[in-house]
Design a protein around this ligand. Structure first.
Ligand code: GUN
Length: 281
């Protein structure tokens, strides 16, 4: 890897090692409930990786599997039960849920103290208030941690976020605003994306369009964070054309090995923090 690579794999490993030491010192271990409903192949892989990473650092896990025909009532009953269960510190519903399920209604039911994904409106409100008590969604939190670790200066920088999802685009835009960036959020209806990219000092792309952003579009010495996980002919790639972009970027995340590992590390950190808060540690 060349010098300008933002290595998420390496940072995530050191975060997990640090968490492991802290979990090892506990008599009662944190416990994460993971809910997987439906047969989305990518979700199955993400869940497998999250469970493995949790177990490696001593966080206990409880997996709840449902078919695609799971009902709203079944999922709501489960969340109600997990909210009450003192043994469970964190609840993670892997998204997307099956089509006919009202996703928001279920996410809103999760107790904010156990909402390790930071998707509950209470936690989103705390994020918008720039509160230290906010539980921040794992991917946006991981992106900011990766940039902080590389000593990126945020103040007054033009940050462009491509994508406005609840999971990545909106929260990462808010975090960048809280860091005093001048933030633009682009999305599928945005015009002249290329011109916006040309002005961005910091670019976070989470649009799911393989290799959309070309090296020729980006500003010299820009900082590029690629959240895309796409495939071209079966081969994994991001939203950014890495080979041309890395020649111009000051820092750039690879796919894989950039943001992905940070998401998992931040989920584990959020679970550990939830445990500490619940146990008043
Ligand atoms: N689906 C894609 N990313 C995520 C995530 O960070 N959390 C959950 N719960 N589901 C996801």
């Amino acid at each position: 890897m060349t010098a300008n690579i933002l290595n998420g794999k390496e940072l995530a490993l050191s975060i997990r090692q640090n968490l492991k030491q802290q979990v090892d010192a506990l008599t009662n271990k944190p416990c994460l409930a993971v809910v997987l409903a439906g047969d989305n192949e990518a979700s199955k892989i993400y869940v497998k990786n999250k469970l493995k990473a949790a177990e490696e650092i001593g966080i206990e896990t409880s997996l709840f599997l449902f078919d695609n025909d799971v009902t709203q009532a079944e999922l709501e009953n489960l969340v109600a039960r997990l909210n009450e269960d003192k043994k469970i510190n964190g609840i993670m519903l892997q998204l997307p849920l099956p089509d006919k399920i009202d996703e928001k209604a279920i996410l809103n039911m999760i107790s904010p103290e156990k909402d390790v994904d930071g998707f509950h409106p209470y936690n989103i409100g705390l994020l918008q208030n720039n509160s230290d008590n906010a539980v921040i969604a794992a991917t946006p939190k991981g992106i900011i941690r990766l940039l902080e670790n590389a000593n990126v200066d945020f103040e007054g920088k033009n940050a462009l976020v491509i994508g406005r999802s609840q999971i990545v685009g909106k929260p990462v835009a808010m975090l960048l605003l809280n860091k005093n960036c001048t933030v633009t959020v682009a999305h599928s209806k945005t015009k002249n994306l290329e011109n916006l990219v040309a002005q961005a000092d910091i670019l976070v792309s989470a649009c799911g369009c393989p290799k959309l952003i070309k090296g020729s579009w980006i500003k010299q010495d820009a900082i590029i964070v690629d959240v895309g996980i796409n495939r071209i002919d079966g081969k994994l790639c991001g939203d950014v054309d890495f080979d041309s972009a890395k020649e111009k970027a000051k820092l750039i995340t690879p796919v894989p090995g950039g943001v992905g590992p940070m998401t998992i590390a931040m989920l584990l950190e959020n679970t550990f923090l939830a445990y500490k808060k619940q146990n008043k540690l």
